[in-house]
Design a protein around this ligand. Structure first.
Ligand code: SF4
Length: 329
């Protein structure tokens, strides 16, 4: 299977409101939310983009759907640079890439029947007749497990549970038959009891229609449960990436090791691994440390780590890591 999405050296910087002193000195401060991220996603692949808040993972997704403009770098979809699309091609791209947000109570309109909301993207895109659109919305509701769909069609979001609302959001993302779904913490506002079912639903959609999914999360257990591959972000950079089995059972980067140390039961042999604990908290992306961004917190940091930024390099088959500990001399 070929690459559906290729992200090349993506940077997204946001200007930050300046203090009076900075304005007088003519200084502009930038928040480097995403700072040189590259990865690719194949057709039918589920990749987990893992990181804490402030790591830049959501900004990556927002750049892919076009909600924020990259400062530099390229995003290729099906081989085409998305910044060069216009007219019909742009409309087709927008249909092919859909996003499911973290909180369905925010992304759904409280005053609109859920069936109408699922149908809405078809209305906007003038797909088929009114009857056909209604039929497609009912089918989508049924597909995401809201049965009987006729019942759910005329309900309002407040009449549904958090899990059901997220299913509506997924149905709405599906009606246009996208090829790529960006799911940003889709289960974090859902009852614990319904989380596994939402993940199973996403997986079954992938199996059924070769949908690619970029699954954005801070939660390693759900990444392990759903993803084929994983990319770990820290302060705007990718620090480690590869097949999820490989990365989680043989983590290399101290940051990934620390994240996994917090959930030793996750992977076979995980409990036997040496625990890695980081010092302090994640610093502000406004002032990322020089050299390796983890160095002030990393128990293995050396002089080189303070001075030189490690590049993401292959450490095993398809397993990439950005850490001087693994640099080949
Ligand atoms: Fe730690 Fe140095 Fe590796 Fe950064 S490059 S993770 S500071 S050992």
């Amino acid at each position: 299977t070929r690459e559906l999405l290729v992200v090349e050296d993506l940077r997204v910087y946001f200007p930050v409101r300046r203090t009076l002193g900075e304005i007088l000195r003519g200084r502009q401060r930038l928040l480097r939310a995403v700072d040189g991220v590259s990865f690719s996603l194949r057709s039918g692949e589920i990749m987990a983009l893992v990181g804490e808040s402030g790591s830049g993972k959501t900004t990556v997704a927002r750049a892919v759907v076009g909600l924020v403009k990259p400062t530099s770098g390229r995003i290729l979809f099906d081989g085409r640079d998305i910044s060069r699309l216009d007219g019909r091609e742009l409309r087709s791209y927008r249909r092919s890439v859909q996003m499911v947000f973290q909180d369905p109570s925010v992304s759904l309109n409280p005053r609109m029947k859920v069936g109408e909301q699922v149908k809405y993207p078809l209305d906007v895109n003038k797909v088929g007749s009114e009857d056909e659109r209604r039929e497609a919305a009912l089918k989508a509701l049924e597909r995401v497990g809201l049965v009987p769909p006729e019942d759910f069609y005329s309900r309002y979001p407040h009449q549904l549970s958090g899990g059901q609302r997220q299913r509506v959001a997924i149905a709405r993302a599906l009606v246009l038959n996208p090829r790529l779904l960006l799911a940003d913490e889709p289960i974090s506002n859902v009852d614990v009891s319904a989380r596994a079912q939402i993940l199973a639903l996403l997986k079954s959609l992938r199996d059924e229609r070769s949908l690619s999914i970029l699954y954005i999360t801070h939660d390693l257990s759900s990444a392990w449960a759903i993803a084929d591959s994983v990319a770990v972000m820290y302060l705007g950079k990718l620090v480690e990436a590869g097949p999820v089995q490989e990365v989680f059972s043989n983590p290399l980067h101290p940051y990934t090791k620390a994240l996994l140390s917090a959930v030793p039961s996750l992977t076979p042999g995980g409990a036997a691994r040496r625990r890695v604990t980081l010092k302090g908290e994640i610093p502000s992306p406004l002032n990322p440390p020089a050299g390796c961004r983890l160095h002030p917190r990393c128990p293995f940091a050396t002089e080189k780590c303070r001075a030189e930024e490690p590049a993401l390099a292959e450490a095993g088959k398809g397993h990439l890591v950005a850490c001087h500990l693994y640099a080949t001399p």
